[in-house]
Design a protein around this ligand. Structure first.
Ligand SMILES: [Zn+2]
Length: 283
């Protein structure tokens, strides 16, 4: 859109400048690929001889012959992915597609979780700061795809991305997946990693954060009890705690969230075969 505006203005100003702009756009176009992906998805950019991958300011290694580019749930516009392949830099514009998720209306009985007191507002702000520091962790990759489902029995549901109207007021969209399970059901690590945080937070209740390396962080919220401590090493399927309803919750369930290179993505994509993702193949 911006390009065509520029073009139009240049035409008005000077015919020669217009011609130069068209040549420049043509040249950029021939070396750049583009893909449209929904918010909260992962783009699998396949190719041979890939040395490294990147998106925005982050750089990372390929997995199984592809750059896996997560698209944040709240991202708008486009981001630029790059990769180094056989000594050449290649770029891919990842344009964020339409928001595909539904509206969800919720009633929270305890108004203290909807209209926060000054004290709780300050508490949740402090907790957010501690959590945000985890999104930038850069440790070697230990997980394998697909991830393990975080409960013994695979459940449907999730409502990832749903736009939330809580007690009649629009709130942030749901950035994880919810699974209704009985109180006390074991919650399991989705992959190998290190427990980065295990504590009780205002909104998330008793929570565990696992750093899997390779920029992947998984989160387990509203637990009734936590059985790990920060620094503990876990492998896929290790118990982290049990399902509960602590924090802002309407009943016992596991909220499972994923941040990958800082982006909120639909967890269900990670326990499916990566072949189900948006794929870009280039020569
Ligand atoms: Zn949730």
């Amino acid at each position: 859109m911006r390009l065509s505006t520029t073009r139009y203005e240049l035409v008005k100003v000077n015919g020669i400048a217009f011609l130069l702009a068209v040549i420049a756009i043509g040249w950029v176009g021939s070396s750049t690929s583009e893909v449209v992906a929904p918010p909260g998805s992962v783009v699998r950019w396949v190719g041979t001889e890939i040395d490294s991958c990147g998106v925005d300011e982050r750089r990372f290694d390929p997995i199984d012959g592809a750059c896996l580019i997560p698209v944040d749930l709240l991202r708008e516009g486009a981001s630029k992915a790059v990769r180094l392949r056989a000594g050449e830099v290649e770029s891919l514009t990842v344009r964020v597609g339409e928001y595909p998720y539904r509206v969800q209306r919720l009633q929270i009985k305890d108004d203290g979780y909807v209209n926060l007191s000054a004290e709780n507002l300050e508490r949740s702000r402090r907790e957010r700061e501690r959590i945000e520091a985890l999104f930038d962790l850069q440790t070697p990759r230990r997980f394998e795809l697909p991830l393990r489902f975080p409960l013994e029995k695979r459940l449907q549901g999730g409502r990832f991305g749903s736009r939330r109207i809580i007690n009649g007021e629009p709130r942030s969209p749901h950035s994880g997946a919810d699974y209704a399970a009985g109180k006390g059901t074991p919650v399991l690590a989705a992959g190998a990693g290190t427990v980065a945080l295990a504590e009780e937070h205002f909104f998330a209740g008793k929570s565990v954060y696992v750093d899997h390396g390779g920029g992947l962080l998984t989160m387990y919220f509203h637990l009734d009890g936590i059985s790990v401590e920060p620094g503990d090493e876990v492998t896929a399927g290790d118990p982290l705690g049990v399902v509960g309803s602590t924090g802002r919750s309407t009943g016992p369930h596991l909220h499972f969230g994923v941040r990958w290179h800082g982006a909120r993505v639909d967890p269900s994509l990670l326990y499916e075969a990566p072949s189900s993702w948006v794929v870009v193949r280039s020569p």
